[in-house]
Design a protein around this ligand. Structure first.
Ligand code: RM4
Length: 254
């Protein structure tokens, strides 16, 4: 069953990791896809190729989500290519692990601008287009288990993920009248570029695995199904919700 047949799905930070898995998952469910990416053209273009190999159309649009203009340009390019926006998956994020007491100003500011401001501008631009279209839509923001719990080396990061979760709660209220649903997904520890260096520490990786009742860390593909579900009409009455996708890590005290 294809849950996104004929839909246009936009995904930020989609050249690798969770964003890439979401983009390909949407295509597997019948969507045409516009991906945003910030840096490397190669992985972005290979993501487009993988989507086209599935028989769906795709475009890749380079842009730094921290720049408000990027969101407007991304949505405009998607509308130019596909005529509409049905789903926005706001995924782009960074997590440069760093101790609190000597955390540099530029690291804090960059993390907030990418993870929170970037999400805000992308969600706003997509919602503006959806309202103009007049037939609703779905917005899925990638928050994190870190919206709910802390991290010693993530004092700049966890507030942004809590903010993304809260943004979905408030936009769900603001946009419900337009038939636009807003929900957040809260991944646990998923093996991606964002934590490759951190999890290269064998002791740290084993600790995180042992904290996970399902016995393994997540893969980006583990997020595709939950994101497609929230994007689709299967979740027609779901808005303002948060879906943990963490292998049970959050509830595992003892
Ligand atoms: C997630 C969670 C994971 C970490 C990534 C970077 O929100 O904290 O443990 O590896 O961020």
């Amino acid at each position: 069953m294809k849950l996104l047949e004929g839909k246009t799905v936009l995904v930020t930070g989609a050249s690798t990791g969770i964003g890439r898995a979401a983009a390909i998952g949407a295509a597997q469910h019948g969507a045409n896809v516009a991906i945003n990416y910030a840096h490397s053209d190669g992985p972005a273009h290979s993501c487009v190729a993988e989507i086209e190999a599935l028989g769906q159309r795709a475009i890749a649009v380079k842009g730094d989500v921290a720049d408000p203009q990027t969101a407007q340009a991304f949505v405009a390019k998607a509308v130019e290519a596909f005529g509409k926006v049905d789903v926005m998956v706001s995924n782009a994020g960074i997590c440069p692990f760093h101790a609190f007491l000597d955390m540099p100003v530029d690291v804090v500011e960059r993390t907030f601008k990418v993870n929170l401001h970037g999400a805000y501008f992308m969600v706003q631009a997509a919602a503006q287009q959806m309202v103009k279209q007049g037939h609703g839509g779905s917005i899925v923001a990638i928050s994190s288990i870190s919206a709910l719990v802390g991290g010693e080396y993530q004092t700049h990061y966890t507030p942004t993920k809590a903010g993304v979760h809260s943004l979905m709660q408030s936009t769900a209220i603001a946009l419900g009248k337009h038939g636009i649903r807003c929900n957040s997904v809260l991944p646990g520890t998923i093996l991606t570029e964002i934590n490759k260096d951190d999890l290269a520490d064998v002791e740290k990786r084993e600790y995180m695995e042992q904290r996970t009742p399902l016995g393994r860390l997540g893969q980006p593909e583990d997020l595709a199904g939950p994101i497609v579900f929230l994007a689709s009409d299967m979740a027609a009455y779901v808005t303002g919700a948060a879906l943990l996708v963490d292998g049970g890590m959050y509830v595992n005290l003892q």
